[in-house]
Design a binder for this molecule. Structure first.
Ligand SMILES: [Zn+2]
Length: 247
């Protein structure tokens, strides 16, 4: 399995997941860059996998499917009413399979109620749930829900590659440094951000992503200084997310 990141719009990533001559595309926000990437890779589009319903993740679906009648379009059952043309509606841990491409859904409510990640082998496509050193805003969910979704991803094996939906890593690391000024891993990561910064790994996020570090004493203290009402991880998370929203 091979993954190709496809920059789209201003800072979005779509991804081609390639097995042999077939590819699935994750979150095609626009059709043209995806078509160009398919052409460059010399592969045929076999499926569309959508992490959530936002326009900047599904905008390319109509053009891609019009050009390929019958193309599978896969999304979470909970988001499927909000996306036109979905052909398979996944529940938590349900598999989708097209050609040699086989992935399963990880329910990740919080950014949207129907947000999912797709896991295929040692790669996970996290959409707008987890970013490099950060996480998505809670448009539909609450802090306990979003924090639990992030903890689910954090519990995956450390070498798991995390392919996220936006290039926000640099600004996220500025926030991470404000939360934990003495975290050496944050400083090291900020000093050498690859372009693009996707993928990350679970181990790198555990070391540098403040939203996965809500039980760390330094993170708890920073959150308490920014409105956290207790040391409970989901309350620390709530305070960090609110702080980041205005950072
Ligand atoms: Zn989104």
């Amino acid at each position: 399995m091979r993954v190709v990141a496809v920059p789209c719009l201003k800072d979005n990533f779509a991804y081609l997941v390639i097995e042999g001559t077939q590819a699935a595309v994750v979150d095609p926000s626009a059709a043209a860059p995806v078509e160009a990437a398919l052409e460059r890779a010399g592969v045929e589009l076999a499926a569309i996998w959508l992490t959530h319903h936002h326009w900047d993740h599904v905008g390319g679906v109509p053009d891609l499917t019009t050009a390929r009648p019958g193309l599978p379009v896969v999304a979470s059952a909970k988001d499927s009413e909000k996306i036109k043309g979905v052909t398979q509606r996944l529940a938590d841990e349900e598999w989708t399979e097209t050609a040699n491409l086989r992935a399963y859904a990880i329910d990740n409510p919080g950014h949207t109620l129907g947000a999912i990640s797709f896991r295929i082998a040692d790669a996970v496509f996290t959409g707008d749930t987890l970013f490099g050193a950060g996480c998505g805003r809670m448009f539909e969910g609450d802090p306990a829900m979003m924090h639990a979704s992030l903890m689910k991803l954090a519990a995956l094996p450390g070498e798991t590659r995390l392919y996220f939906g936006h290039e926000y890593t640099q600004s996220n690391l500025r926030f991470a440094a404000a939360v934990e000024p003495s975290n050496r891993a944050v400083a090291d990561r900020a000093a050498a951000i690859p372009a693009p910064s996707t993928p990350s790994t679970v181990d790198l996020e555990l070391a540098t992503n403040p939203f996965l570090r809500c039980s760390e004493p330094a993170v708890i203290e920073a959150a308490l200084a920014h409105g956290a009402a207790s040391r409970e991880p989901h309350e620390v998370f709530r305070a960090l997310r609110a702080w980041k929203d205005t950072f």
